[in-house]
Design a protein around this ligand. Structure first.
Ligand SMILES: Nc1nc2c(c(=O)[nH]1)N[C@H]1C(S)=C(S)[C@@H](COP(=O)(O)OP(=O)(O)OC[C@H]3O[C@@H](n4cnc5c(=O)[nH]c(N)nc54)[C@H](O)[C@@H]3O)O[C@H]1N2
Ligand SMILES: Nc1nc2c(c(=O)[nH]1)N[C@H]1C(S)=C(S)[C@@H](COP(=O)(O)OP(=O)(O)OC[C@H]3O[C@@H](n4cnc5c(=O)[nH]c(N)nc54)[C@H](O)[C@@H]3O)O[C@H]1N2
Ligand code: SF4
Ligand SMILES: [Mo]
Length: 706
């Protein structure tokens, strides 16, 4: 085997890496090295460096599994598994209609798999019930960008543009832990003293503002919308806005202006806790010179008002005239490996490929033509993720569920309810390469290929399509998802083609996307193999679009919309003494549900268990010591964690990462209330109390079972 140029299996930064044969005696078959690329510049984070571990000796699944009567699993032949699934689908459709069968997809799937999954749902299952874990990730930012700009591409500019920035406002993103190589692009802003981080915690990213590098604003959790309304108020009141840009490139300024009139700084301070002088300093800094960017992350988006909060951030960027220039801008940090592409090719309940709306007759016609079917057979919109999960096993709900690339038992909100919901299903089929916590609930588990074992493409946080390449043969017994979908489609006598070669699936995807917002029609695996800078839209004959919005926005009139948004009552705020606001997020060492990274010894050893970050005063008031085991509780559930005190967190707040399993799963506590526009659940705030467990012997690792 020779060297293989590919990209990291994990996050949306999609760092470039080289895989080469490991030296004899190594426990891993491949060595991973960072590869020079404009985004990661040869750098990788700890997860990237250790990603080869999952290609070696692991508890990898290598045969389809059937649940046995005693609750265990037995291995079966592929034909047996696929026949049984096809039969169950047929029966469910006959007895309960096609919408009784559902698919839960993933933003980590390649573009090819995401596309094929959407097509399989609509044509082979005939169901409208498909959605995915990207609903938990990018949906608020996406809804806001679509509403304001008419286009949703995480960063509408190449990441290197940030190098020349002198001011970067980061709202609710902790990229120092979640995309470490990204930090090299913030050096300019730090050197200019212009890195401004908004986070209720002194996160690793907030610490980068120390020593004159910038400012850390520490609002009460869930008050970012008020904070942004306050910043808008100041820039308008102090006439810091870009009037020419507003007049020429936007609509709605008069209404926006009225909507923020009452958000004077003192009022904002009383809601958020951020002092008025700091608010004024930030507003003036944002308006002071060129080279200003505003970036949002999950901290402000994963709330029931996430779309409106992201919209307020966009409004701020627009009145300052940032989007659409070459030295300033607004963007959101995409999360999952294919967080961007995963939302473009049709695995979202309201979408067809090319980022088209499933209710748009012209879109249906175009896609139906590519699929070779009558548009009338393509179902309408389905249910977004949280609603679909709540419907499982209920009257009129999904009774047979396929899961591809998600671990909802850990990652979905109000996870105790999700565990119950999965047991109500007639049939649960989980495709994964490990027996994830969700796969443990399955009736049938299908072993699939991982990252370095197959070809495909991913679309990174800048809307740049990159090639994922095969470097190693998969274990005997595991199969590609394209093959699984094709075999099931054949058994279900589905219309349409189901190619096995990812390059052919890409060609079809490209045609289906032609003329859509995310147009890939000028791209192919062959072209991508030349390492072309493939920013979409990339129509036939073009050279791609590194920067959107230079001349026009995506709406028909070419203008961006200034959309007034209101701060409404937040559903979860502490009301009783002793209550704390739980905020959740990530650690550097673990990826998402931890299904992959808790299996990498080096990562698991450095973050082996759930730790709750609490302010020392809060701990002292409750008689809690560092290292002590506590329960964190509310009416939804109870979680066991170990106390870590830190002066970097607000005293009324507690932080838990969501990477751990069993009774260390933070989502046992979170609410499944959703944003009315994006259907994003409220992951980032929940009301809890904490209690000492009492004299407990040092436990074995909390929640780290794999
Ligand atoms: N190590 C690691 N990296 C990852 C991932 C991972 O699981 N692990 N996942 C990838 C994915 S899918 C995603 S989506 C990204 C997410 O990347 P980020 O958005 O950076 O991740 P989070 O840690 O979820 O949230 C960021 C910050 O929001 C803060 N926060 C919580 N509540 C609030 C609030 O009300 N207001 C504000 N302003 N801030 C708040 C938290 O304290 C946290 O520091 O990371 C990607 N990269
Ligand atoms: N409390 C709280 N909860 C959160 C968040 C938060 O900040 N706080 N963040 C949310 C966000 S932003 C996200 S993105 C979600 C993600 O949450 P999850 O859905 O749990 O994401 P992963 O852990 O990446 O799960 C992916 C699963 O699919 C498998 N897998 C990976 N690649 C493939 C593939 O190609 N095919 C198949 N079939 N399987 C594959 C992996 O082994 C793993 O078991 O969590 C959300 N949940
Ligand atoms: S930053 Fe993201 S893409 Fe880069 S090595 Fe780490 S996990 Fe992989
Ligand atoms: Mo995410």
């Amino acid at each position: 085997m020779t060297e293989t140029a590919t990209h990291c299996p994990y996050c949306a930064f999609q760092c470039a890496m080289t895989l080469s044969p490991a030296p004899a005696g190594s426990p891993e078959p491949l060595t991973v090295d960072g590869r020079d690329f404009p985004t990661n510049r040869g750098g990788l984070c700890k997860k990237g460096w250790t990603s080869g571990a999952l290609l070696g000796e692991t508890d990898r699944l290598t045969a389809p599994l059937f649940r046995t009567a005693d609750g265990g699993f037995e291995e079966v032949e592929w034909d047996v598994a696929l026949d049984r699934i096809a039969e169950a689908v047929r029966q469910s459709r006959e007895e309960h209609g096609p919408d009784s069968v559902g698919i839960f997809g993933g933003g980590g799937l390649t573009n090819e798999k995401a596309y094929q999954l959407g097509k399989f749902a609509r044509l082979a299952l005939g169901t409208s019930r498909i959605d995915y874990n990207g609903r938990f990730c990018m949906s608020s930012a996406a809804a806001a960008a679509n509403r304001s700009f008419g286009v949703d591409r995480g960063l509408p500019f190449p990441v290197e543009d940030l190098d020349a920035a002198t001011t970067v406002l980061i709202l609710g993103s902790n990229m120092a832990d979640t995309m470490p190589p990204f930090l090299s692009h913030l050096q300019g802003a730090r050197a200019a003293g212009g890195l401004i981080v908004v986070d209720p915690r002194r996160s690793s990213t907030a610490r980068l503002t120390d020593d004159g590098a910038g400012l850390h604003l520490q609002p009460a959790p869930g008050t970012d919308l008020e904070l942004l309304l306050g910043l808008l108020h100041i820039v308008i009141a102090e006439r810091l806005v870009d009037e020419t840009f507003i007049a020429e490139r936007t609509t709605g300024y008069a209404a926006l202006r009225r909507s923020v009139a009452a958000w004077w700084p003192e009022r904002v301070q009383s809601v958020t806790g951020v002092p008025t002088d700091l608010l004024r300093r930030v507003a003036r800094r944002l308006a002071s010179r060129g080279g200003t960017y505003i970036l949002t992350g999950r901290g402000v988006e994963q709330h029931v008002n996430g779309t409106d909060t992201a919209t307020a951030a966009i409004n701020l960027a627009l009145v300052l005239g940032l989007p659409g220039s070459t030295d300033s801008g607004y963007g959101t940090m995409t999360g999952q490996g294919n967080g961007q592409g995963g939302r473009e090719h049709g695995q979202k309940c309201d979408q067809l490929p090319g980022y088209r709306k499933i209710v748009d007759p012209a879109a249906r016609e175009h896609v139906a033509r590519v699929w070779g079917v009558d548009p009338a057979i393509i179902p309408g919109p389905g249910l977004p993720a949280v609603e679909m999960l709540a419907s499982l096993g209920r009257e009129g709900g999904v009774r047979t569920l396929f899961v591809h690339g998600a671990n909802v038992v850990i990652s979905a909100p109000n996870a105790g309810e999700v565990r119950d919901a999965l047991t109500r299903l007639d049939l649960l089929v989980v495709s994964d390469f490990f027996l994830s916590e969700t796969a443990r609930y399955a009736d049938i588990v299908l072993p699939v290929l991982q990252w370095a074992e197959e070809e495909g493409t991913m679309t990174n946080l800048e809307g740049r399509v990159v090639r994922r390449r095969k470097a190693i043969d998969p274990p005997a017994g595991a199969r590609s998802e394209l093959w699984i979908l094709a075999e099931l489609a054949r058994r279900l006598e589905a219309p349409g083609r189901y190619d096995l070669d990812p390059a052919l699936v890409f060609d079809e995807l490209a045609r289906a996307s032609e003329g859509g917002i995310a147009d890939y029609s000028g791209l192919s695996h062959e072209l991508l193999d030349t390492e072309v800078a493939a920013y979409w839209p990339f129509p036939v004959g073009s050279t791609g679009t590194p920067r959107l919005f230079l001349d026009r926005f995506g709406h028909a009139d070419g203008r961006a919309r200034l959309v007034p948004v209101r701060a409404t009552a937040h559903p979860e705020r502490p009301t009783e003494p002793g209550q704390l606001t739980l905020i959740t997020g990530r650690l550097l060492e673990h990826y998402q549900s931890g299904s992959q990274t808790r299996r990498v010894a080096e990562l698991a050893d450095s973050q082996p268990e759930l730790r709750a970050e609490i302010h020392p005063t809060t701990a002292r008031d409750r008689g809690l010591a560092d290292g002590e085991l506590i329960t964190v509780e509310n009416h939804r559930g109870t979680v066991v964690a170990r106390v870590t005190t830190s002066t970097g967190i607000r005293p009324e707040t507690i932080f838990l990462p969501f990477h751990f399993a069993d009774d260390a799963s933070a989502n046992l506590l979170t609410s499944d209330a959703t944003d009315p526009i994006s259907a994003m659940p409220e992951f980032k705030t929940a009301i809890v109390t904490v209690h000492a467990i009492g004299a407990v012997a040092p436990l074995e690792t909390v929640g780290a079972s794999v």
